[in-house]
Every structure is written in structure tokens, then in C-alpha cells.
Design a protein around this ligand. Structure first.
Ligand SMILES: [Zn+2]
Length: 175
């Protein structure tokens, strides 16, 4: 048995982009996130969050700060009836040769192996080209770039779809 999954980037998709975010008080959910996730659940998708957290390597916050924020965030999802199957993060910086930092597909491959995910039936929603590249490299062709208020070069994107915010993903993901 395989499962189908919606992979979500965190910053800029779930919450408003804020530089090197680690404080709960600075975390602001983007409008419509919970609705979109309930919709994904109804279509039978699991939800997994995949994020680069180079703020750890850069020393802006530590792994424990990240985990505390994540625990709180997952509680908020839970309170809204949403189960996040898992969260994966890369703590490394851009100079690292790790396989997890997007655009490398390491975290997606790890998730695929852990949960037996059918990548062709899954989706990636991200706000940067590195999310789209990571997805494509991991065998996911269903990709959505969200603009989330920042300037996106649509003509140079490999994404299959571009939308303003996760709220509109209902118009794209139908089955
Ligand atoms: Zn990494």
C-alpha cells in the first residue's frame, strides 16, 4: 500500500515569511491554511512539512528552538482538526554538502521511503524555486508555486501551477 501526500514548505506557505523565524510570537499562519489542509484530508492526502532551517547552522536559533516552535505549530493544526503526518527539516547552511537542503531532494526521498509514498500521486507546494526543483528531483511532477505576496518570476519557474496563496490550491488539486 502506498499513500499520497501533499508536501508543504513551511515559511511562505503555512506562515508568513519572516527572516530566521523561531519565536512562537512571530509565527503568523497564512489565511486559509487550515481550510486547505482539511480539503487535502478530504481528498485522502497525508500532509508532510519539509523545510530548510539554515538559521540553525547560522546560529540564529538552535535545534531545540526549532522543535519547540514545531510542537506548538502542530498543536495549532491539531486544534483545527488537521493531522500533520511528519515534519522534516534541514539544519545545514548553503555551504554544506548535505543531501537534505532543498533544492536537493533528500528530505523528500527520506519521507518517501519512511511512509511508502507514491510520488506520482503526490504534490509539492512551495514558495521558492528550490522547492520545485527538490520535488522534481524526487519524482514529484505535481508542483505548485505560491506567490504569498512576494515577487515570483513565473516565466522562469519549473512549477506546474502558480497561485497567489495556499488558499487557491483547492482550484488546482481536484483528485
Ligand atoms: Zn541538510
Amino acid at each position: 500500500m502506498t499513500i499520497k501526500t501533499i508536501f508543504l514548505d513551511r515559511d511562505g506557505v503555512i506562515n508568513k515569511e519572516a527572516e530566521y523565524l523561531f519565536r512562537i510570537s512571530d509565527f503568523e499562519f497564512i489565511e486559509g491554511v487550515f481550510d486547505a489542509c482539511l480539503y487535502f484530508h478530504n481528498l485522502g492526502y497525508k500532509i508532510i512539512i519539509i523545510s530548510n532551517q539554515s538559521g540553525i547552522a547560522r546560529g540564529y536559533y538552535n535545534e531545540n528552538d526549532y522543535l519547540k516552535l514545531t510542537e506548538w505549530m502542530l498543536g495549532q493544526f491539531n486544534d483545527n482538526g488537521i493531522n500533520i503526518l511528519d515534519t522534516f527539516y534541514c539544519p545545514h547552511g548553503p555551504e554544506s554538502s548535505c543531501n537534505c537542503r532543498k533544492p536537493k531532494p533528500g528530505m523528500l526521498i527520506e519521507a518517501k521511503d519512511k511512509y511508502n509514498i507514491s510520488m506520482k500521486d503526490s504534490w509539492m507546494i512551495g514558495d521558492s524555486e528550490s522547492d520545485i526543483k527538490a520535488a522534481n528531483a524526487a519524482g514529484i511532477s505535481n508542483t505548485i508555486l505560491v506567490k504569498s505576496g512576494h515577487l515570483v518570476d513565473e516565466s522562469n519557474s519549473n512549477s506546474k501551477f502558480t497561485i497567489d496563496s495556499i488558499k487557491q490550491s483547492k482550484e488546482v488539486i481536484k483528485i
